[in-house]
Design a protein around this ligand. Sequence first.
Ligand SMILES: CC(C)(COP(=O)(O)OP(=O)(O)OC[C@H]1O[C@@H](n2cnc3c(N)ncnc32)[C@H](O)[C@@H]1OP(=O)(O)O)[C@@H](O)C(=O)NCCC(=O)NCCS
Length: 237
Amino acid sequence: MHKIEKEKLRKPPRLVGRLAASIIISGAISLIPIILASYFMVNYLDLPLYVLIGLTPLYYILTKWVFNFTFLVMVRAQLKPVEEGSHEVDMRNKNVRNWMINVMLTNSATSFMGTPPLGQTLFNTFIYKFLKCQMGPGSTANKISDPYLVEMGTSSVGGAGTVIMPHISEGNKLYLKKIKIGDGAVVGVNSLVFPGAEIGEGAVIGAYSFVPRDTKVPPNTIWAGVPAKQITPKPSK
Ligand SMILES: CC(C)(COP(=O)(O)OP(=O)(O)OC[C@H]1O[C@@H](n2cnc3c(N)ncnc32)[C@H](O)[C@@H]1OP(=O)(O)O)[C@@H](O)C(=O)NCCC(=O)NCCS
């Protein structure tokens, strides 16, 4: 590889520039509907000035959501491939660079969508699926970091305050591994699930539990605690 290219790769990726460009482009696009709507209202509806001014909150809401969804589309288009595994945190490592870009963009997109009740709650399944999380019908989750590294079956739940986190940094290593949550499994409220965890069909993780990396939770069992341990097979109904 050319020496200048090698030097470039030693520096971290241009996160701020990428974020700023995405915000500026989404911001510019979000103004278009307002400009068109005001043109129509002034020229064809001939609305009085006080009505045009009175509609200001609606302009804000429309602009905000057009911005949010445009930004989301831009984030998806910029997502980079990462390989699962333990990667040395070195800016020459493509997986580390790509993950840094992905995490910055996906976190920004979900932050812009906002917090409950008017923000993310309404859209979070859609948002995570759009950001390449594999989620079956009826599944929902509170917070998924790196959605493209998470697979949820049908009707599985990540309760309120729960964080599904397929990345951890350990010393100078970045560990990335898919998290799989089976059909009908429930991760109790305010729990944390680490990379490589596999939660079997119908299993329940108790509230406020911690599922360490690479834990395999068998189907239809109940686990709880920090770290989570099996407390019982699921009672049959
Ligand atoms: C884990 C859970 C399913 C256990 O319910 P259960 O089968 O009725 O079990 P019990 O309440 O009888 O408790 C059994 C044992 O597990 C322990 N335990 C229960 N929940 C626990 C938790 N969240 N963390 C740690 N230990 C827990 C109890 O202290 C008890 O211990 P003991 O046998 O030493 O006394 C339930 O407590 C729970 O946390 N459910 C999560 C619900 C949830 O958050 N849903 C998300 C969407 S709303």
